[in-house]
Design a protein around this ligand. Structure first.
Ligand code: F6P
Length: 417
């Protein structure tokens, strides 16, 4: 084994393919003969010295991670305070890293996690501890800057577009005597990427979804209701896709659950029932609605093959960067051609990704604000393309793996933080 260990951790909301990235990281590191430790529940596991020895896992289990959703080592939403405010957690992390000879830290997450990795790389330099911090991208929200797309997004996008198309067939069949309006809620608090991807379910004016509500646009109740009414009159039924981040002119989300996470982000969910009630009470139509919530980010059975390739590629590249001695970078996906779809991986400085949020480009939203443009279709099409189903067991259920996750013996006193 090479000297030093590589610590891998998962952070934020998990995706259908984040474990594929973990699989690629572990396999690439094994090829370099580097021991991979995993932190239990992201950075919290590092602080608590709750580390997992992945070398105890058989290669078949590591390979099976590539088709298993969820976060195999546990994830977390946990914000480290700035080092100027509280230096203790950073000191603790360096102590833990030193105790386990961690020389490379790979943090698999979104823009908040890129910020954590960046802060840690700076602090390690200040402490004179030799540590390379590499961010590894993932998020179904697709809101990381610089990268063309984020692993995890394309699979959730495919789930969204497919589900909307299928549900629309149901509504169309029922509309003459029953349901006239169906409302689907897509994740994405500030960026409407997933809502926009639903537009791939149909193309013509009368095909579902007929109305997409983006968080980038201010919700106008009267205009929305008029559009629903006009669609039902013309088509006979209407499918609405609303981003969970839809908000009114005052900036307040239509669907705040009243809970706030460690980053101060409000927990969302419930815009679909809110809109359904509005349509029912104001227009009198029978409405069905759905909040797919975690289903959309865990639907590995409907993963995009392109997404899986991206997820594996960023994992491998992250290990390559670590072995090359790079620090404070993230492998990002660079699209070089739409058709045929071509892409490559490049290293981007974490400074350019940390805390930046990429919104849906204005050119992806139709001028009326309720649908997507041809440019958006060109962007989404290759991401949704290709199927990568998991193997199924005899019971007809996917054969997902559960790792043994053997704990590494602690070397330090418990963390008091
Ligand atoms: O991972 C991003 C995201 O899926 C958002 O779209 C959603 O609002 C949020 O996570 C939910 O987070 P949590 O699982 O922590 O409630």
């Amino acid at each position: 084994m090479a000297r030093g260990s590589l610590l891998y951790a998962q952070s934020g909301g998990v995706t259908a393919v984040i474990n594929a990235t973990a699989s690629a990281v572990i396999q690439a590191a094994r090829r370099h003969r580097v021991q991979v430790l995993a932190a239990r529940n992201g950075i919290l596991g590092a602080l608590r010295e709750e580390l997992i020895d992945t070398s105890a896992e058989p290669i078949a289990s590591i390979r099976a991670l590539a088709h298993t959703p969820g976060g195999a080592f546990g994830s977390c939403r946990y914000k480290l305070k700035a080092p100027e405010v509280d230096r203790a957690p950073y000191q603790r992390l360096i102590d833990v890293f030193r105790a386990h000879d961690v020389r490379w830290f790979l943090y698999n997450g979104g823009n908040d996690s890129a910020d954590t990795a960046l802060k840690l790389s700076k602090i390690a330099t200040e402490f004179g501890y030799p540590l390379a911090c590499i961010g590894v991208p993932k998020t179904v929200d697709n809101d990381l800057d610089v990268t063309d797309c984020c692993p995890g997004f394309a699979s959730a996008a495919k789930y969204t577009a497919v589900s909307v198309r299928e549900a629309a067939l149901d509504v169309a069949a029922m509309a003459s005597t029953s349901t006239k309006v169906f409302v689907y809620e897509a994740m994405g608090r500030h960026a409407g990427w997933l809502a926009a991807a639903s537009g791939m379910a149909g193309e013509g004016r009368d095909e579902a979804p007929h109305i997409i509500l983006f968080p980038e646009r201010v919700f106008d109740e009267a205009a929305f209701l008029a559009k629903v009414k006009e669609t039902v009159a013309r088509v006979g039924w209407c499918v609405v896709v609303a981003s969970e981040g839809v908000h009114g002119p005052d900036g307040r989300f239509l669907a705040e659950a009243g809970t706030v996470d460690a980053f101060g982000h409000a927990q969302l969910g419930g815009v679909a029932p809110h809109l359904a009630e509005m349509v029912k009470s104001r227009l009198g139509y029978k409405v069905h609605w759905t909040v797919p919530d975690y289903l959309q980010r865990s639907a590995r059975h409907l993963a995009s093959a392109t997404d899986l390739k991206h997820a594996l590629a960023v994992g491998e590249a992250a290990v390559d960067y670590a072995m090359e001695g790079r620090n404070a970078v993230m492998p990002v996906i660079v699209r070089t051609s739409d058709a045929p779809y071509r892409w490559k991986i490049e290293a981007a400085p974490l400074e350019r990704l940390a805390n930046h949020e990429k919104k849906l480009p204005a050119g992806f939203v139709r001028p009326d604000g309720y649908g997507i443009t041809a440019a958006a279709r060109r962007y989404f099409a290759p991401l949704l393309r290709g199927e990568a189903p998991p193997p199924y067991g005899r019971d007809g259920i996917p054969a997902y793996v559960a790792l043994g996750n053997r704990a590494v013996r602690k070397a330090l006193p418990d963390w008091a933080g």
